[in-house]
Design a protein around this ligand. Structure first.
Ligand code: GTP
Ligand code: MG
Length: 195
């Protein structure tokens, strides 16, 4: 998609605050600091519309980015962030669960993992959760600019194996820094929009 027109529409913590346009939505999930906001910015050709930070836990609400008046990207707060309180984590969990299980216009979920390391137990649990609810998932191994090209195959098989990805789940190697994988991610999103 040629993207010129993007804006943050709203930040929501409960369903009554979600947009009511009826446009398809693609959610971005992943551990804190994995690069969800950076991916959003890369896909929409903006340097810093989605706020990024080297300190994990930057994004604490569901942020709806309106793309070309036909689609929303939903930046979901990162899971597995140790420094928030238990109560806060439970509240996050409920907010994310309400969105992922109850949102009828949600067409697919992009799950990011760190391509430099094997996926964590949190990553595996999130993937199982998404597939349990029959949500179409695209897995992205990001920060691949930090991985030598000779290791790409190894990263790919490590992610597939550790997360026990079903053969039908696509996996894209990505870098928000170089733009690697960007076209493949857009192709998946556009296909999800047609459904
Ligand atoms: P939370 O909002 O806290 O959940 O984090 P996030 O997943 O939105 O991560 P964010 O996009 O803020 O990125 C976290 C850090 O990783 C920042 O310092 C980014 O610059 C860095 N980063 C993100 N993507 C990449 C990438 O593809 N390559 C490299 N080298 N660094 C990246
Ligand atoms: Mg973020």
């Amino acid at each position: 998609m040629l993207v010129n027109d993007v804006d943050i529409r709203t930040s929501a913590v409960s369903p009554s605050q979600y947009p009511t346009d009826g446009w398809p939505e693609i959610a971005l999930v992943g551990r804190s600091n994995v690069g969800k906001s950076s991916l959003t910015n890369k896909l929409i050709n903006r340097k810093a519309l989605a706020r990024t930070s080297s300190a994990p836990g930057k994004t604490q609400t569901l942020n709806f980015y309106e793309v070309e008046h036909q689609l929303f990207f939903v930046d979901v707060p990162g899971y597995g962030y140790a420094k928030v309180s238990k109560a806060q984590r439970a509240a996050f969990g409920e907010m994310i669960e309400a969105y992922l299980t109850g949102r009828t216009v949600l067409r697919g979920v992009v799950q990011l993992v760190d391509g430099r390391h094997a996926p964590t137990a949190d990553d595996v649990a999130m993937y199982q959760y998404l597939t349990y609810y029959h949500l179409p998932v695209l897995v992205i191994a990001t920060k691949m600019d930090k991985v030598k090209p000779s290791q790409y195959n190894k990263s790919e098989s490590s992610v597939r194996k550790t997360m026990t990805l079903s053969p039908g789940t696509p996996l894209v190697l990505f870098s928000a820094q170089t733009g690697m994988g960007k076209d493949a991610v857009w192709a998946w999103i556009e296909a999800r929009m047609q459904d």
